[in-house]
Design a protein around this ligand. Structure first.
Ligand code: GTP
Ligand code: MG
Length: 192
């Protein structure tokens, strides 16, 4: 068990905390389950705020996880009701973070296993590849796929969208997949 604590919600780069620990960033559409995944990984239900209303996480939320990592909850994208102006601000903030952050060691790119790759996911994935940012695809809400056939189809579609990856599966309901995600995180160096 690790003790995790909230550091800051940063709506501008000046507020990003010092790069003292290697960082794991959680990226994906609004409502895909980024905050829920963080809570399960650190085993603290209310640490990252989750909501059935998309667009819940606005600023970049930084958490310290034990003495080993920062977990970074990035605001979700692709939610139609967020005003365009806000979308632009989001892009700038995220791009700033992703391009400048030296302590960022791993991006977990979350994709809803029922929906598969959406346009913005693919844009972000290609962006990560070009920026040479190491990333791992995580298929979320896997509990919602009831049959083996649905699960296989979902995985096949995810692989097709990114043949370089073996997606990990995750369910925040059961916790299934958390161990494998921790294994992926543990591989990053413990030095910034
Ligand atoms: N069934 C199921 N529901 C999930 C799972 N993960 C998240 N949810 C639900 O999906 C909704 C959104 O989850 P969040 O973790 O808040 O999603 P988010 O990606 O942080 O969303 P934003 O902060 O808006 O970008 C909540 O109602 C969660 O309870 C899962 O694995 N299975
Ligand atoms: Mg969130």
């Amino acid at each position: 068990m690790v003790a995790a604590e909230f550091i800051i919600g940063a709506a501008k780069p000046e507020l990003f905390p010092q790069e003292t620990l290697p960082e794991v960033a959680f990226l994906g559409r609004s409502n895909v389950g980024k905050s829920s995944l963080i809570n399960i990984l650190v085993n603290q239900k209310g640490l990252a705020r989750t909501s059935s209303t998309p667009g819940c996480t606005q600023a970049i939320q930084f958490y310290r996880v034990g003495h080993d990592y920062h977990f970074v909850d990035l605001p979700g994208y692709g939610y139609a009701k967020v005003p365009l102006q806000q979308t632009r601000g989001w892009r700038q903030l995220i791009e700033n973070y992703l391009t400048t952050r030296q302590s960022l060691k791993l991006c977990l790119l979350l994709v809803d296993s029922r929906r598969g790759w959406m346009e913005m996911d693919l844009v972000l994935k290609e962006w990560l590849q070009q920026a040479q940012r190491p990333y791992q695809v995580v298929a979320t809400k896997f509990d919602k796929l009831r049959t083996q056939r649905d699960r296989s189809q979902s995985m096949a579609a995810l692989r097709e969208g990114d043949p370089t990856q073996t997606p990990l599966t995750f369910s925040a309901l059961s916790g299934q997949g958390a161990r494998e995600i921790w294994q992926a995180i543990s591989k990053i160096k413990t030095q910034p």
